[in-house]
Design a binder for this molecule. Structure first.
Ligand code: XMP
Length: 518
């Protein structure tokens, strides 16, 4: 089984890259994504049985167009290029790519030619989804055209059955038989085995952590959320009492979150957890800081400082060897939005999980969930027997309420956003929407607005309410809440939270907005 002998996706920055990996995992074959800049050694280390080159926004003839290590084509495993990936493959192997006279976006009709391995068993015409402005005008020597649209060469293969290219996107739902095309590539062409499932993932991950950490100790940064809890339980299975979990009260948590979470982790999950009240030092460091990225950076640094201090105490107490590893529940969307490589997805925010960590950190990271999406992590949590109430918990950002109050973090402003947040959560739960929405929370804005309360003029705070639906946080849409729910939230917030005289509802999707306001 497993994370080896799967399909590797090399990312040229395409918007659907993560979908490709996901579709392959849905076929029960492991699939990981590496930036196209990965070296052939890194690629080889994954021992893939096949490689997919993703789409991307560039043109292959651009001066700084992203490219792969060409040795990736010599690993002896089949390669499928999709859109930009096909153009790069064709050009690199001696073909010619040009700007298309007519760009193709959206649906197109694919006519399948004879003798294609990739399209085995499929009907002669398919409706496919295109999104490109370039096309292959001359195929490399030894290749033949296996599919065409009205405008362009839409699919190519080489005679040896080694290289494949499709101009359209088999990974999107709009492409007819897209799953069958990927299935043909993964099973018939690459010979992958359908053996990636939850139990296998748990077994393999536990075994690999055991090997990686042999004899050493680790600490785990617990947040009480799904991701870090699942990561801790996985690592706990591998390391037992060589793992110490640390749950930090940053002073930026929600109402009652610290004591309740601590009790749940200790009493229900039987994890060994040290609870650290570091709220004063976090708040002191954040005093006077309004810039969102600066807040994140300070919080990331402070987390590491707290862990380093706890590690020293641990070592002194147990006279044990130093702690070498830090466990985090980083997920794939955290990674993809925080990594900047030429071409692929630019940095959107530095998530404290990933981007905000200092360079000279005294720990090596263990991130067992790095290749997964949230719903996959929830499934792994179920496999591990975690209580459902943890698994359905909405995500909460590492920097906590600091990024949900815009502007300076002060105890008073924290109290305001915390009280408003508690009301939003209560009302969303009462309406039976907590588990149906991805996230629901309050944001304190850095402005004041005029109001009237009693008979007097007020100049008070504004709370924005954000409720979104999403599958993986990469995209999200605002929830069309029932009017009565909005009404209750609004009236309770202005009545119960001192200093707030206005409530607004955020009706933007991601993109163009992000889910959090900072
Ligand atoms: P955005 O705001 O980028 O958020 O659309 C996507 C998802 O990530 C969460 N988020 C974070 N999680 N550290 C985290 O651990 C962070 O710094 C952070 N920023 C955003 C956010 O709540 C949403 O679920």
């Amino acid at each position: 089984m497993s994370t080896k002998r799967g399909i590797l996706v090399l990312d040229f920055g395409g918007q659907y890259t993560q979908l490709i990996a996901r579709r392959i995992r849905e076929l029960q074959v492991f699939s990981a994504i590496l930036p196209c800049t990965a070296s052939s050694e890194e690629i080889r280390a994954h021992q893939p049985v096949g490689i997919v080159l993703s789409g991307g926004p560039s043109s292959v003839y651009d001066k700084d167009a992203p490219r792969c290590d060409q040795k990736a084509l010599d690993l002896g495993v089949p390669v499928l290029g999709i859109c930009y990936g096909m153009q790069w493959l064709a050009r690199t192997l001696g073909g010619k790519v040009e700007r298309a006279e007519r760009r193709e976006y959206g649906p197109a009709c694919l006519r399948i030619g004879r003798g294609s391995k990739l399209f085995t068993g499929l009907p002669p015409t398919l409706k496919v989804w295109e999104s490109h402005g370039d096309h292959v005008v001359r195929v490399p020597a030894g290749f033949h055209i296996t599919g065409q649209t009205d405008n362009a060469v839409a699919a190519i293969e080489d005679a040896e059955g080694h290289f494949f290219g499709v101009e359209f996107h088999p990974e999107v739902n709009h492409t007819e038989c897209g799953a069958e095309i990927l299935r043909n590539f993964v099973f018939e062409i690459c010979g992958a085995k359908a053996n990636w499932n939850r139990a296998a993932f748990v077994a393999e991950t536990v075994e690999s952590i055991r090997r990686q950490t042999e004899g050493a100790r680790a600490i785990c940064a617990l947040s009480g959320g799904v991701d870090s809890t699942v990561a801790a339980v996985l690592v706990n299975q591998a390391m037992g009492d060589r793992l110490t979990n640390i749950f930090v009260d940053t002073g930026l948590l929600r109402r009652n979150e610290f004591p309740e979470t601590l009790a749940m982790l200790r009493d229900r999950l039987h994890l060994s957890v040290i609870g650290v009240d570091a709220s004063e030092r976090f708040l002191a460091k954040l005093r006077g800081v309004s810039d969102p990225e600066e807040k994140r950076r300070i919080i990331g640094n402070e987390f590491i400082a707290v862990f380093a201090a706890e590690e020293k105490k641990l070592v002194a107490l147990a006279k044990a060897e130093p702690v070498k590893f830090l466990v985090q529940g980083t997920l794939y969307p955290d990674v993809i939005e925080s990594v900047s490589i030429k071409g692929p997805s630019a940095v959107i925010k530095s998530h404290h999980n990933v981007g905000g960590l200092p360079q000279d950190m005294p720990f090596r990271l263990i991130e067992p969930l790095r290749d997964l999406f949230k719903d996959e992590v929830r499934q792994i949590g179920r496999e591990l027997g975690l209580p459902e109430e943890i698994l359905v918990k909405q995500p909460f950002p590492g920097p906590g309420l600091a990024v949900r109050l815009l502007g300076e973090v002060t105890p008073e402003r924290l109290a305001t956003v915390r009280a408003a947040d508690a009301i939003v959560t209560e009302e969303i739960r009462r309406a039976g929407l907590y588990e149906k929405t991805w996230q629901s929370f309050a944001v304190l804005l850095p402005i004041h607005s005029v109001g009237v309360m009693g008979d007097g003029r007020t100049y008070g705070n504004v709370i924005a309410v954000r409720v979104v639906e999403s599958l993986d946080a990469m995209t999200a849409d605002w929830t069309r809440l029932p009017m009565q729910v909005l009404e209750r939230i609004s009236s309770r917030v202005v009545n119960e939270v001192p200093g707030v005289n206005r409530v607004v509802y955020d009706i933007t999707s991601k993109p163009p907005s992000t889910i959090e306001w900072e």
